[in-house]
Each structure stands twice: as C-alpha cells, then as structure tokens.
Ligand binder design. Structure first.
Ligand code: ZN
Length: 495
C-alpha cells in the first residue's frame, strides 16, 4: 500500500463549512474530502469533485455548486466501506515485521486521540486502531464491522494518511474467523486458551506421560516417538545463551499446549481457506502460568512444522499484567523474560514479540523496546475506556456516581475472565466530587470500572455518549496525553 494523498490546493480551506474538522480535509485522485459536524453533533462526510462519478459507491446527495459537484453523505457502514475504497490508506493492511501498536477502543470514539498521540511521538509505529476481542464486542453489542467502521471514521476525522491495521483480537472459535473476515480485518489473533491444560504445570511425570500419550497425534500430524526424538536433548543456540531441551520440560510443554496447537491450526486453516491478504498472531497470554523458554521453543517449532505462518507471538510473561494498572512483579525478572523470549523470536523467526494487556505498564516499555529492538507489537485494550471515564467524572460527577454504584454492584459478574487485584471495599460508595475526580487514578476503582464497561454501557450508554460527544475535544486531549506516554519509549526502536 503506497497510496498517498494529493497536495491540497490553495483554495481548499475555503470549501470548509463551520462545523468542519480542518485536519480531516484530504485530496485524492482529484476529489477533496472532509468531515463536518452539525450543531446537533451529527457527523457527515462532505466531498467536492469535478464529476458525480467520483462518488460511485457512496450513498448521499450531490449538488452542483460553481461548476463542481458537492456531495454530502451520512457516516453509515456503506459509506465507511466506500471511503476505505476511495482513500486506500484507510483500508486495513498488513504491517509484517514493522513495529506496531494496537489501540482497542470499546466506544468507537477514541481514534482521533490515538492519532494525535502518534503524531506527537512522530515515530514509525504502525497503528491498529480497529482492534477488539470477540468477548468485548459481545459485551459492547458491537459487530466486527462496527469496530472497523468507527476506526475508519476516526482516522479520517483526524487526518491520518498512513497505513492502518485491523486486529480481530482473541479469536477462540472457528466461527469467529468467518465473522471477522467478512468485516475486512487483516490481522487475526488466534487464542486457543481454552485448550491449554493448566494442570500440566504441576502434574507428576507419570501424569505428564499420560497426557502426552493421549494427545491427538493424528491431528498434530506426528507421533510421540518422533516428537520426543526431535526435541529431547536439542540445544537451541541464541545470541547470548542457549536453551537445553530436556525430556521433562519438552513433555510438559507438549502436555500443556498440545491440545491448543491442534485447535489453533484448525482456526488457521479456516482463515487460509478464505484466500484473503492477512497475517496471524498466536497468543497464549491469558493462560494461568508463564510461558517458559522451552515452551516457547516447542510451541513455535510445532506450529511451524504444521505450516502455520505467524507474524507475532504473545507469550504469557512472568508477573502480573492486570488490566489498566502498572506491572505487578519483579521487574528484573521480567526484563530477563523479555530478553530470552525476544532472542527466541529472532532465532526461530524472526517474528514479533507481542505484549498484551500492555496499557499502563509504563515501567516495562523501555525494557521490552530494548529487548526486542522494535520487533514488537504492543496491544492495549481497555485503557482508552478507562481514560474516557475521566470525561464523565469531570463533566457530570452525578452520572459518574451512578456509574460507580453500578460497577460495584455488578463487579462479581464483570470480573470473570479478567486478572485483577483490586479490592472494591476500599472504594468510597458515596464519593465527593473530589473523590470522583480521582477514581481513575486509584487502582481499586480504576480496575472495577475498567472491567464493568458492558454493564455500564447497557445502563448509561446513551447519557454517557452524550457527555463524550459534548466534550470531544477534552476526550481527545486526555487520550492523546495518555497514549503519548505509552508510545514514546518505543520511538528509538521503531522500525
Ligand atoms: Zn491478550
């Protein structure tokens, strides 16, 4: 993808109406496009061309003005698709081994803030604005297409003219592939965590032997003796050290991950059958125990043997990567973990190391940036939502009190499937305005609110979207400041 916009003509700004976003204005193949916002907050695409044929594929109204055709269109899914086709950089593309960052946006409002952060940092970090897991889409009542379309409008509004990615995140079922391919994603995160066997972590050698014997070796296109022969006693030479693969660690690795490999492979093959241009990440970051170096080697080598081509791998790192808060654990141990996993990724690939739940882990960024030398994907998901709540707290503290009360009430349900250490009893139940303003800075309330988005949006969505739409400039500024801190440490290594 090398399409670049045309230079804007000297009279281009004269076209803009009162509610226009000036930074959105862009010219390509003779047509000039921009986004306008009406007084009642509705956004519309406006475009000017010599001829009506420039708007083929769009649905809207065309009018002749001063010898040109002026076209106005609603921000519908149909027009988002037409816009991606008219401005090709807005259509998701693959980033390969280039440094990349994912910006999960549960609300579909944050992309202009993300763009500002990228522009402020100015490094070659490739953005994935459209990124949401199937689990989150369900809780937010969004379709894969909504995720993609919101990111398209946001990137367009903010004047982003470089490539974008599109991550169908944490796909666990075969059907997830069909739904997200239909929407137009290009990056597929395969997550077979339900098939990873946590018991293997502490099982006895006899139990491990039973587990590996019982694996579906036909599905894995191998057998236990061949598997054992190819790994036991092998030495994997890395840049600064080597890994010895002994029998116990190899068998334990296969007992733990073996069933998940077959499932991931089935998802991969389903994806390949679609014949689309795409790339794949293999993720086991949401499993119970850290991925050891030996496990990394066995898992990746087996996937490669089975013909899976992936651009990034997300191991489960040591320590705790909880939602929306700093890293919890021994930072020196984590640095060592980054270092060895990054060396393995270079030796067996190269492929990118992917860090999930990457939001707000400020102490870790310089370490993983250096360890991977930029061969990295950083994935953030809920922090944009958490930061958006500041806008509610700042502008409507009463609404924020209601939001908090619901989050506390529904916490035991919402916390399922998330790793958290918050204690809801430490959160004031009837906070003052000052306390409301600090809710997003305190670990307990930040995490409780972080995971309660589904329940909160179901109950208060309409009122909250009104506040965000009335205060969008403040929202973008908060998001931009927050993400600048995330991205800056990666700038020296971006490639
Ligand atoms: Zn993840």
């Amino acid at each position: 993808m090398s399409a670049r916009p045309d230079e804007l003509g000297p009279s281009a700004t004269a076209l803009l109406g009162d509610g226009a976003y000036p930074e959105s204005q862009v010219s390509y193949e003779g047509t000039t496009y921009w986004l306008e916002r009406s007084v009642d907050g509705v956004k519309r695409l406006v475009a000017v061309a010599d001829d009506e044929s420039a708007f083929r594929g769009f649905a809207g109204t065309a009018k002749r003005v001063d010898g040109k055709v002026r076209f106005v269109a609603e921000t519908t899914p149909e027009n988002a698709l037409a816009l991606r086709s008219a401005l090709p950089w807005l259509k998701p593309s693959r980033f390969g081994l280039h440094t990349s960052a994912g910006f999960g946006d549960r609300l579909g409002l944050a992309t202009p803030g993300h763009v500002r952060a990228l522009n402020a940092v100015g490094a070659a970090i490739n953005p994935v604005f459209a990124q949401q897991s199937i689990r989150e889409m369900g809780r937010c009542h969004r379709t894969p297409r909504d995720v993609l379309d919101d990111a398209t409008w946001g990137a367009f509004q903010a004047g982003w003219t470089k490539p974008v990615g599109g991550d169908a995140d944490h796909l666990e079922q075969l059907e997830d592939i069909d739904d997200t391919v239909a929407a137009g994603f290009v990056f597929y995160t395969l997550d077979p965590k339900a098939e990873v066997d946590p018991e293997a972590e502490h099982a006895s050698p006899e139990a491990i032997q039973q587990k590996v014997t019982a694996l579906d070796w036909i599905g894995l296109e191998s057998d236990l003796p061949s598997f054992t022969k190819s790994y036991v006693g092998r030495r994997v030479a890395l840049e600064h050290e080597s890994i010895e693969l002994d029998e116990q660690s190899v068998l334990r690795a296969m007992a733990k991950y073996g069933p998940s490999l077959a499932h991931a492979l089935a998802m991969y093959r389903r994806l390949m059958e679609k014949g689309i241009d795409c790339e794949v990440e293999f993720a086991v970051d949401e499993t119970d125990y850290p991925t050891t170096p030996a496990e990394h080697v066995v898992v990746v080598s087996e996937l490669q043997r089975l013909g899976m081509d992936f651009v990034s791998f997300a191991p489960r790192f040591v320590g705790r990567f909880e939602k929306g808060v700093e890293y919890i654990g021994d930072i020196n141990e984590l640095q060592r973990d980054f270092e060895i996993h990054a060396q393995i990724a270079r030796a067996l690939g190269p492929y990118k190391l992917s860090m999930h739940s990457g939001s707000d882990k400020f102490s870790t960024y310089p370490l993983i940036a250096e360890a991977t030398k930029g061969l990295l994907h950083l994935k953030t998901a809920g922090t944009s939502w958490a930061e958006a709540l500041r806008v509610i707290a700042n502008n409507d503290p009463d609404l924020m009190r209601e939001v908090l009360a619901l989050a506390l009430d529904s916490f035991e349900v919402n916390r399922k499937s998330y790793h958290l250490s918050c204690d809801p009893t430490r959160i004031p139940t009837d906070p003052t305005d000052d306390e409301v303003a600090q809710l997003m800075d305190r670990v307990d309330s930040r995490q409780v609110l972080h995971v309660s988005y589904g329940a909160i949006l179901d109950e208060f969505g309409t009122r909250m979207y009104q506040v965000w739409n009335d205060n969008e400039e403040e929202h973008y500024r908060i998001i931009a400041d927050h993400f600048e801190q995330h991205l800056r440490p990666f700038a020296p290594y971006a490639r």
